[in-house]
Design a protein around this ligand. Structure first.
Ligand code: ANZ
Ligand code: ZN
Length: 805
């Protein structure tokens, strides 16, 4: 038989699929929406690591197709934002031009994967027909009071010369370029994501997502219950409000700390302490939040002033320290060194009294070695709370304080409103006009999109204003309300704006009058399976949930959650687990592998390298094994063709087991084990074919359908060789018959010295050892075995004969 020629076969099927797509919406089949996280079109091209996620989603999509679904499997481009702009600046070309070129290039490379993307659904976030709706959402949020302006110190990347959202600062560094983030006071546009904090938290329960990702989101939202307590300042009419999660420890509050930015900090110092306090405030302003949280050694300064602990009227010193953050809680804390680690450290360093108020057994410890942070225990040194359980007092204390008029129960969140403006060129212009008379006025909806104007210089200015500020005839406009001279907002949106809702647009991407029609939204949403990297756990995935909820609230969609199921694929790494990247010089290009082994072999190898959710080290040599398997299966089919082999029981049994095994492994997303299964079963069939001259065509067809999602080209080719009608992808996913998976049962006569004594039932595939021991046991329990056994004979499938003396 002819050797398998992947390049001829793959070319042939690419052409046929182009003319006859395999995934068509006939209006009858149930939809299945399988979404990839869309890429930003960088100039550096795809490597084998990028392939993995796309192969996983394609294999899954084709599986759903064979299961009878109409599969929505779109692709598009997240093309605004810093990467595209930085690339453009480095290469000296306009971002619009480089983005367009990059899209052409990356699309060509993605097509090499042979995925069933529906290119009619393609979206591009930089296309005015698309960003019209990104701007429209902003205008709607503005009208609902969810987009607002605020001046405050934000995270500033001095290298990217732009402000960053909290989510974009990782370990104190810019998520994009790794530069240390600074603070800068800037006027910003904010989105009130905090208004959705509770819904974003509660609805996590509804999602079939990896627990790890849900946990990260819930910690990011960071809901906690506690109390706000007012402390009077001694000799002043001012009070300091603190937020605490441990109101039960109030008797142990032996000092207070304000954040250096607290409204009272600058004025609270006594004469003698003023200079030191001012110096401390200045130094703190130069540090980022993360630096402050992580700094090893506690720093601080005494203000010289005192507060009154409201529960026992004791005078306690007020300090400033940068371990208290300005923008969490109230920016001021009561310090209980006996029960909080940070406070303990601080008290030790500055020699402040430590009063234990909870102990495991109600007894005072001689001296605490470290803070006792356990919630369990009994109150001590706490007036009439003594002897009670701390957990009870914790619940009750806020109500007592409320009655006495110095505290109340509160809820707090870690999540902050979203800093939504960027001082960069390559983004959606924020559609707001600043009118001296009317204030901030949105661009009228019918005038959207507000086009990003062409500029000569798109490099960041570093002044805190975007390059758009220099285009005077664009900036100067008329107020849409009063008609007077007014100025356009010159900040642009962050990259996340376009990616927060793109999955809604795919299903109705040509709609000129609506973001998405209700009809299509209800038919095709939500996303059933979302596949992408785990690095988006709190950024994109949280923003997309927020946008979806907002669009639900204003009646655009009827879903409250965008992504039912989420799968995070592991990374492909170079040698020794190093991330594959151009800068590391360890990139493996798919091109030669496709040329030498074919697209099918590379697709399968991408999955065979390991469990899809774990990182896997790439080694080119492994692809040989997959390629060998494909050739062996090809040869098995070739050798069986035209022989009209009748299915034996053994073939039928193995076929049913194959279907069952593959289906179970598929369903649990064990894609690497599916491929291992193909290899095992193929070898078993090859052994049978040696005996029987080949394998029956129904079995081979079944195998081919199972294989096709992984190796679509060879799947189609073999399907047509086997005389299958239409495309292999128009078939249905095979089902198995539990009964026919079982071994046949045989009645075997058991003889002693040639005379039949009993008959036993055994499976057809029983081994010689097993049947002999079963036969002897059966004889014994029937009391028929006496004398010493001298010989044991098994004639397969026929008879057992035991010779005794
Ligand atoms: C007294 C106390 C006693 C506290 C104790 C803890 C243990 P979470 O759970 O993260 O919400 N805190 C409050 N505002 C702060 C700020 N702006 N910067 C730094 N720390 C702040 O943490 C709440 C606890 O963190 C609060 O409860 C407060 O310390 C501190 F045995 O108050 B606690
Ligand atoms: Zn006006």
């Amino acid at each position: 038989a002819a050797q398998y020629n992947h390049s001829v076969v793959e070319k042939k099927w690419r052409k046929i699929w182009k003319d006859h797509p395999v995934n068509v919406n006939d209006g009858k089949r149930e939809k299945y929406y399988c979404l990839d996280m869309f890429p930003y079109p960088s100039g550096s091209g795809l490597h084998v690591g990028h392939w993995r996620g796309y192969v996983i989603s394609d294999v899954w999509s084709r599986y759903q197709l064979l299961k009878g679904h109409y599969v929505i499997h779109p692709m598009g481009w997240d093309a605004f934002g810093l990467p595209a702009e930085n690339y453009a600046i480095n290469m000296g070309v306009h971002p619009a031009k480089s983005t367009e070129e990059n899209i052409v290039n990356i699309k060509r490379q993605i097509e090499e994967i042979a995925a069933i993307y529906d290119w009619d659904m393609e979206v591009n976030t930089t296309d005015p027909d698309y960003y019209k709706w990104t701007q429209w959402i902003f205008v709607k949020m503005f009208k609902e009071g969810l987009a607002y302006e605020k001046e405050f110190p934000i995270n500033w990347c001095p290298s990217c010369k732009t402000g960053l959202a909290n989510e974009e600062v990782i370990g104190g560094e810019c998520e994009r370029c790794g530069t240390k983030v600074e603070k800068k006071n800037l006027r910003q546009w904010m989105l009130k994501i905090t208004a959705y904090a509770d819904r974003l938290l509660n609805d996590l329960d509804k999602l079939d997502w990896p627990e790890k990702v849900k946990k990260m989101q819930s910690e990011w939202i960071g809901k906690s219950y506690g109390a706000e307590i007012d402390f009077k300042i001694d000799g002043s009419s001012d009070t300091i409000k603190v937020y605490t999660t441990r109101p039960d420890t109030l008797y142990g509050a032996t000092f207070m700390v304000l954040s250096p930015e607290h409204a009272l900090s600058a004025g609270i110092a006594s004469k003698e302490n003023k200079e030191a306090v001012d110096k401390y405030i200045f130094e703190a302003s130069m540090k980022s939040n993360v630096d402050r949280m992580q700094s090893k050694e506690k720093t601080g300064v005494f203000t010289g002033s005192y507060a009154i602990n409201p529960i026992n009227n004791k005078k306690i010193p007020i300090w400033l320290s940068d371990y208290v953050l300005a923008d969490y809680g109230t920016g001021a804390i009561m310090c209980v060194p006996a029960h909080d680690e940070r406070d303990f450290e601080f008290a030790k360093k500055f020699d402040i009294p430590i009063v234990q108020v909870i102990s495991p057994d109600g007894k005072q410890e001689a001296e605490l070695e470290q803070a006792y942070t356990d919630m369990g225990g009994v109150m001590i040194n706490s007036g009439d709370w003594n002897g009670r359980k701390a957990s009870e007092v914790k619940e009750e204390a806020p109500h007592i304080m409320e009655k006495l008029g110095y505290g109340k129960k509160t809820v707090n969140y870690k999540i902050r409103d979203w800093v939504f403006s960027r001082q960069r060129y390559w983004g959606e212009p924020i559609p707001i006009i600043h009118c001296p008379k009317c204030g901030n006025v949105p661009v009228p909806e019918e005038e959207l999109p507000l086009l990003l104007p062409n500029v000569e210089k798109y490099q960041p200015t570093g002044t805190g204003e975007s390059p758009l500020a220099d285009i005077h005839d664009w900036v100067n406009t008329k107020c849409p309300v009063c008609g007077e001279a007014a100025k356009r907002e010159t900040n642009t949106m962050p990259q996340w704006a376009g990616s927060s809702w793109y999955f809604l647009r795919y299903v109705d991407n040509h709609n000129n009058t609506e973001l998405v029609s209700k009809e299509k939204a209800n038919k095709y949403l939500p996303v059933d399976m979302y596949i992408g990297g785990v690095e988006h756990a709190v950024l994109h995935l949280l923003y997309a949930r927020f946008y979806t909820k907002f669009l639900y609230d204003i009646g655009v969609v009827d879903i409250e959650e965008p992504f039912k199921k989420l799968f995070n694929q592991g990374m492909i790494t170079g040698k020794n687990g190093v991330k594959m990247s151009k800068s590391k010089g360890n990139v493996v290009s798919p091109d030669e592998l496709v040329r030498d082994y074919g697209c099918d072999a590379l697709r399968m190898y991408e999955l065979f390298v390991g469990p899809p959710d774990l990182d896997a080290e790439w080694d080119d040599r492994g692809i040989e094994g997959v390629s060998r398997f494909l050739n062996k299966f090809w040869n098995l089919v070739s050798d069986s063709l035209g022989k009209d082999i009748k299915a034996t029981d053994e073939m039928i049994r193995l076929r049913n087991r194959l279907v069952s095994d593959i289906d179970h492994r598929f369903r649990s997303f064990g894609l690497n084990t599916v491929i291992a299964g193909f290899m095992e079963y193929n070898n078993k069939f090859i052994d049978i074919a040696k005996k029987e001259g080949g394998i029956d065509s129904e079995t081979l067809k079944t195998f081919t359908i199972l294989l096709a999602p992984f190796a679509p080209h060879i799947g189609e080719e073999i399907w047509s060789l086997l005389g299958g009608a239409d495309s292999v992808f128009k078939q249905s996913w095979p089902v198995y018959d539990e009964e026919r998976m079982k071994d046949d049962v045989l009645d075997i006569p058991v003889q002693i010295n040639g005379k039949t004594k009993i008959v036993i039932k055994v499976p057809a595939e029983i081994t010689k050892d097993d049947i002999l021991s079963q036969a002897k046991k059966a004889l014994e329990s029937a009391g028929k075995l006496d004398g010493a056994v001298v010989k044991e004979i098994y004639v397969p499938n026929k008879i057992v004969n035991i010779v005794v003396k």
